[in-house]
Design a protein around this ligand. Sequence first.
Ligand SMILES: NC(=O)c1ccc[n+]([C@@H]2O[C@H](COP(=O)([O-])OP(=O)(O)OC[C@H]3O[C@@H](n4cnc5c(N)ncnc54)[C@H](OP(=O)(O)O)[C@@H]3O)[C@@H](O)[C@H]2O)c1
Length: 329
Amino acid sequence: MNILVTGATGFIGTVLVDYLKKRNDRIRILLRPESDSGKASSMQVDICKARYDDPDSLRSAVRGTDIIIHLAGVTKSVDAKGFHDGNVLPVKKLLEAAGEVNPGLKRFVLVSSLAAAGPAGDPGTGVREEEEPQPVSIYGRSKLEAEKICQSFKDALPITIVRPPAVYGPGDRDVLQFLQLLKKGLVLSAGDVRTQRLSLVHVDDLVRGIVMASESPAGVGETFFITSPKGYSWDELLEAAVRELGVRHVRKISLPKPLMNFLGYVAGLIGKVSGNTGFLNPDKVKEMVQDYWVCSPDKAERQLGFTASVSLEQGMRDTIQWYKEKGWL
Ligand SMILES: NC(=O)c1ccc[n+]([C@@H]2O[C@H](COP(=O)([O-])OP(=O)(O)OC[C@H]3O[C@@H](n4cnc5c(N)ncnc54)[C@H](OP(=O)(O)O)[C@@H]3O)[C@@H](O)[C@H]2O)c1
């Protein structure tokens, strides 16, 4: 297969490219002027330099490809424009280019997010694909808008949408602060630590699921959550991590929502002044205080035959090992 990967130099993209290389697919990555060109060169794949606001360059990038996996996106931004420019416009421009010069395209996969669907109302089965999306953040709304654009090309191109929940594994930097605090025996949660539940997916499972969705005839025109079999409680997450970290006692502190809102507001102001997105801002707080970021694995299992295979214990072990090797833990 000739596969174009966007967002290839990011956390998930790096693992996806490695996975595809092992299958001997012919890989092309889209390199933006802002991308890490050193990292891209080290990947030893075809590189196509392009810009999402330059249709000619996009036509070159998509020409002759069998599958396009669009991973590129913005998970942190100081404002809505950043999310729109990073999550919405590239999808529209790529699909337009593919429609113009690649009528034989076998699949366009958009990697969206559980954030586009929003949290579940209860921890039971989790959000299902057919439910009306109710995103709670600007990030989630931008991912949903991208999904709608993708859906609008459904009659012209074979599209598939994949929605991962929180992704973890070696290469991810987002859980580092959580693990650094946990190593000191402290857990700070935004919301109620006793009730919150969280679906997760290990990056190795996710890239396998993305590829299954891109190749299965049952994936055409469909949306899938690629996720762990269940939503985990804080206790389950901690149990998986503390053993590897060698922590004996953990103090759990639930930060009340008004305090989180205040902290998010202040951090957001600092972010706007400094231009640094950080990990806390009012939009992130809206996501963090939700109780049930849980989605259902059923449809992907039924239609694609996908089930996650990396256990939480194994996944946490890999991730913590990677941080230790980096000297960060
Ligand atoms: N990580 C998670 O927990 C998670 C959960 C659900 C969904 N997702 C989705 O999965 C995708 C990949 O996430 P990730 O965790 O790998 O993120 P990441 O490490 O930040 O990688 C995203 C990549 O997108 C490209 N990019 C960055 N800014 C961009 C912009 N303004 N316009 C266009 N492209 C831009 C960059 O790749 P290049 O420089 O190579 O173009 C970047 O490395 C995203 O679409 C994200 O929304 C992630």
